[in-house]
Design a protein around this ligand. Structure first.
Ligand code: AHM
Ligand code: MG
Length: 337
């Protein structure tokens, strides 16, 4: 059988001049870290990894044991290879430069080590999301400010989904490709090349329990979806919400759909629920590279200039026509306001 391992894929991309050796190593190391996290997630209660860590992160969220463990795995595996200048994470207040005893590289890695934490203890899919940026030249001490680059500057992005199978979905800016972990070999094998998200969809993902607090355009939008055939859209819509962004986005990359996490009154001050640098941006790049679209409702996601490491944004992404529809509804609303 002619199977394309992630190593072979990356070497061929390097030979084609699309990535250099350092970026190849970086992605291989992240993939290895994801395998380690996958093993820990898979052990569940038998591994003693479920439950709260008893600590909180800068976002005021209680950390789970697996949040902390996954963060440590990503930091440790990436510390010594010489490919990184610094890491930043959902679980750390500030970015962390590579320790002085190790060689320093030219890339910045930012990640959500275990996304969908509320699903850990109930045995539902969770994932790891990551984004790679270039460290600006001539930086002596790397700090949070160097991570504040728009999503269009990402040189690679991806996620690992820890579901019935473990998958790694990756883009280096040349299409979005999916790899499935062969557990016997311990190798990620390409199982979908050049994923294309259908442009039209009849499926949406939203936490509709927040509907009454959403901004007016989104109340209207979802209201119209729920009216189905009898409403202005003239067709029925199905709804799915895993509450693990990785799992919801993976479904959309597989069969289309639109994912929405709008601004609501409860989170207005924070600017949204999902974080720009390590949730929205990597997913936006993967989705755009698969022919979909990603927006804040008012701006292309990848054009947003970040001002804070843990900045939050409203998120609308997935099938292109549906995201365009969401953007049009925001535009009409803002024009009439
Ligand atoms: P987390 O990174 O702390 O797990 O939070 C992000 C998660 C996303 O995976 C998911 O889309 C969303 O939060 C679910 O939010 P809610 O619980 O409000 O439905
Ligand atoms: Mg998250």
């Amino acid at each position: 059988m002619n199977r394309m391992s992630i190593t072979r894929y990356l070497i061929e991309e390097q030979q084609a001049g699309r990535i250099n050796a350092d970026l190849r190593l970086l992605i291989e190391v992240v993939a290895r870290a994801c395998k380690m996290i996958s093993i820990a997630v898979g052990k569940g209660a038998l591994g003693g990894v479920l439950g709260d860590a008893g600590t909180g992160n800068i976002q005021g969220e209680a950390q789970k044991k697996l949040d902390v463990l996954s963060n440590e795995i990503l930091l440790e595996t990436n510390a010594w290879g010489g490919h990184l200048a610094a890491c930043a994470s959902e679980e750390m207040d500030h970015s962390q430069p590579i320790p002085d005893m190790y060689p320093r590289g030219n890339y910045l890695l930012v990640f959500d080590p275990l996304d969908g934490s509320s699903n850990i203890d109930v045995n539902i899919s969770v994932g790891t999301i990551f984004s790679v940026l270039r460290c600006p030249d001539d930086v002596a001490i790397v700090g949070d400010e160097h991570f504040l680059q728009p999503g269009s500057a990402q040189v690679a992005a991806g996620y690992a989904a820890y579901g019935p199978s473990t998958m790694l979905v990756l883009t280096i800016g040349h299409g979005t490709h999916a790899f499935t972990l062969d557990r016997e070999l311990g190798t990620f094998i390409m199982t979908r090349r050049d994923i294309r998200i259908p442009e039209e969809t009849q499926e949406f993902a939203a936490n509709v329990s927040n509907q009454r607090r959403w901004e007016t355009p989104m109340q209207r939008y979802v209201g119209e979806l729920l009216q189905g055939k009898d409403g202005p859209r003239g067709k029925d819509f199905n709804m799915r919400w895993v509450a693990s962004m990785v799992a919801d986005v993976h479904r959309i990359l597989t069969r289309g759909g639109v994912f929405i996490y709008p601004l609501d009154e409860k989170i207005r001050e924070q600017g949204g629920k999902l974080r720009l640098l390590y949730e929205a941006n990597p997913m936006a790049l993967l989705v755009e590279q698969a022919g979909g679209a990603a927006s804040t409702g008012r701006e292309r996601m990848l054009d947003v200039q970040p001002t804070k490491l843990h900045q939050r944004v409203p998120v609308f992404l997935g099938s292109k026509r549906e995201v365009e529809h969401v953007v049009a509804i925001h535009r009409e609303h803002d024009a009439s306001a």
